[in-house]
Design a protein around this ligand. Structure first.
Ligand SMILES: C[S@@+](CC[C@H](N)C(=O)[O-])C[C@H]1O[C@@H](n2cnc3c(N)ncnc32)[C@H](O)[C@@H]1O
Length: 267
């Protein structure tokens, strides 16, 4: 049974890192001037109302997107991904404040009509929100199916495009499942752009997938980046994540780490 709901965490520091990479990767693919196929294996609800009681309970967006925006919106040296990300959230909030776009809505907004977007979501409540948020985007197909299964189907077709894998890691075995699914997909789809998010938690479960991806670097592709942003000391004794990590395969050569560690590290 799925219990995780991203609304409790929407707009947090992990979302900022993940969504900057998403924007940057989609811009990178669009420069190649070929129709893009994008898969979001764990789509969530697409649009988050940060004023609702669930988002207010932990208020993670305050130390995440809100802090990031307040520090960066008037900065002079914004790169294209930052500019686009900040504008996208600002535009969304023009009529009503307190909204934050999920990965599905960000992707839908950056793709063209000739591109294809496949979204997987298994939670019955989340998928209803997702259908509503994505209704205007006719090039989008929503699947109530495991994202890992659709990843192998799309990898077999090896289109021009990529995938965001953003699980909740509710069960420890999911780290292994991510590594296995990407290894299998990459064998069929060596040109695919893969974005994989993982949490830095005191239990250190992420270390095994990081090692696994480091060894993929020699067997499948040279083009793997691992970006970990540490937001507070690992052994601070506080619950929850102490940082946020991304694995980027065949993606743009950039890094958001210095930016995020400067703007979002907990003081
Ligand atoms: C971290 S949230 C996704 C947040 C979203 N990617 C974003 O950035 O806005 C993970 C979501 O994956 C869903 N989920 C869990 N296991 C899944 C699976 N095997 N396939 C598809 N969705 C799944 C959960 O219900 C949850 O909504």
């Amino acid at each position: 049974m799925l219990s995780y709901q991203h609304i409790y965490h929407a707009g947090n520091a992990a979302d900022v890192q993940k969504h900057l990479w998403l924007v940057s990767s989609l811009q990178f693919l669009k420069k190649q001037k070929r129709p893009v196929t994008w898969l979001d294996t764990h789509a969530g609800r697409g649009l988050y109302d940060l004023s609702c009681k669930e988002a207010q309970r932990l208020g993670e967006y305050k130390t995440g997107f809100r802090t990031y925006r307040d520090k960066r919106q008037h900065a002079k040296e914004l790169d294209d991904a930052e500019k686009t990300y900040l504008k996208l959230v600002a535009d969304l909030n023009q009529k009503r404040r307190g909204l934050y776009p999920g990965s599905a809505l960000i992707t839908a907004q950056l793709l063209d009509k000739s591109d294809k977007l496949a979204l997987c979501e298994l939670h019955k409540g989340e998928i209803e929100h997702l259908k509503k948020a994505l209704a205007p985007y006719k090039n989008t197909k929503i699947h109530k199916q495991s994202g890992y299964d659709l990843l192998s189907d799309i990898a077999r077709q090896a289109p021009s495009g990529g995938v965001l894998i953003d699980p909740s890691y509710e069960v420890k075995s999911e780290y292994e499942q991510v590594l296995q699914s990407v290894t299998n997909a990459l064998a069929l789809w060596p040109t695919g752009l893969f974005l994989i998010w993982y949490p830095l938690l005191p239990a250190g479960h992420h270390m095994d997938i990081v090692k696994g991806f480091q060894s993929l670097k020699t067997s499948y592709t040279q083009n793997i980046q691992i970006e970990e942003c540490q937001l507070r000391p690992a052994g601070s004794g506080e619950r929850g994540l102490y940082g946020t990590g991304m694995i980027i395969i065949n993606g743009p050569k950039t890094s958001f780490r210095p930016l995020l560690e400067t703007t979002l590290a907990f003081k």
